[in-house]
Design a protein around this ligand. Structure first.
Ligand code: SF4
Length: 369
């Protein structure tokens, strides 16, 4: 507790103070100072100050939280240090060494600076044990935007909540406001929606409702069948693809039979990436099925299945050149292509369509290349 904090407490006392077990009031016969451990009443000014000085954490704690008006930021910062789970003394002891939490791929450590004020460190969760000297130290929360733009391979990240955040950086000493800003740059609106959900106030918009609102080139996405909406969510929204927990479904009445994910923060409606994917898939799903006949060995069939699985799970880079036991091995795939794909790219030489326009008219000329 410092002089500024005590002066603020004395000024607030006539209106009453209540925070995390601390209660302070100014009554006719003096001050009341109460913590979970003791209650002192009838204190004159000197005794009040001495009692406050003997309970510095309670005063400092009150002063910090009373200065944060934004309810979402306040709730988030309290969640970070598990304020609803532990008492003030326990929390301050934990903050002295740092309280860690994860938010998506972000690792956040709440601690205290030399003056006993809250300070926050933010880095990639996978860098939790790296020395700070080995990381790119940043100070401006705005830098989070640049860090979040590209994945570790330098490719643009169209979905900010994809689990593809690059490592190697740290915001070493942020105050609560700047931490909140940085988190919002990394994962826009995730804290706001997390807070709404905690308050029982998350307004979910389901796929069908979102789809019917689309206009222009996206107006067709309402044509995607319910079953295909499930496949779409399985393709884009599960934990391996997105860190949000999907709360939307096909409609209020029809839940999708796809895991929602375990993310800390909810997804309240299909995002623009999913709607863009839905547009393409709506066009593709208009095609009727056909029966083809291919000659494949059992191992070749399994290899095609392994290829689909490896690409879908993004594991291509994990397949070693020397591992010909892997269906997605490059040499095995080149062998399969040499053997089974003709000079026009057709599997086993089997034509895909009777003619280039598609005889069944299934794509209505809307097929895209
Ligand atoms: S719609 Fe799916 S992919 Fe998009 S943000 Fe929500 S959960 Fe993630």
């Amino acid at each position: 507790m410092n002089g500024v904090q005590f002066d603020a407490l004395r000024e607030a006392a006539p209106d009453g103070v209540a925070c995390d077990g601390l209660r302070v009031e100014r009554e006719a016969n003096g001050y009341v100072f109460e913590t979970p451990e003791e209650t002192r009443a009838g204190l004159d000014a000197a005794a009040f100050e001495a009692t406050a000085a003997a309970n510095p954490w309670f005063v400092s704690n009150w002063h910090y939280w009373q200065g944060i008006e934004d309810p979402a930021r306040r709730a988030y910062l309290r969640w970070l240090e598990r304020a609803d789970e532990h008492g003030v003394r326990e929390r301050y002891e934990a903050l002295a060494t740092g309280v860690r939490r994860e938010w998506g791929q972000l690792g956040i450590k709440a601690g205290l600076d030399g003056d006993g004020e809250r300070i926050y460190e933010l880095r990639h969760a996978a860098d939790a044990d790296r020395e700070i000297d080995a990381l790119d130290v940043r100070a401006d929360p705005l830098d989070a935007r640049e860090i979040a733009t590209e994945d570790p391979k330098g490719r643009y990240r169209p979905l900010k909540t994809a689990p593809t955040l690059r490592r190697g950086w740290v915001f070493a000493a942020l105050d609560g406001r700047d931490l909140y800003r940085a988190v919002d740059y990394f994962y826009p609106a995730t804290v706001a929606n997390w807070f709404r959900e905690r308050e029982g106030d998350l307004d979910v918009t389901h796929y069908r409702e979102t789809a019917t609102r689309q206009t222009g080139i996206y107006g067709i996405v309402d044509g995607l069948a319910p079953e295909a909406v499930g496949w779409l969510a399985e393709a884009c929204c599960v934990d391996s693809q997105c860190l949000k927990r999907r709360e939307w479904d096909e409609s209020e009445a029809e839940a999708l039979g796809v895991p929602r994910g375990d993310g800390e923060f909810p997804c309240r409606e299909p995002c623009s990436l999913v709607i863009a994917a839905a547009r393409k898939l709506t066009l593709l799903e208009r095609e009727g099925t056909r029966t083809y006949e291919f000659e494949l060995t059992p191992s070749e069939k399994e290899q095609l299945e392994a290829l689909v699985d490896t690409v879908a799970e993004g594991r291509i880079d994990d397949v070693r050149e020397a591992d010909l036991g892997e269906g997605a091995n490059r040499y095995r795939t080149r062998f399969l292509r040499a053997k089974r794909v003709d000079g026009e790219g057709r599997l086993c030489g089997v034509p895909t369509r009777e003619d280039d326009r598609g005889e069944d008219g299934g794509d209505d000329g809307e097929r895209e290349d």
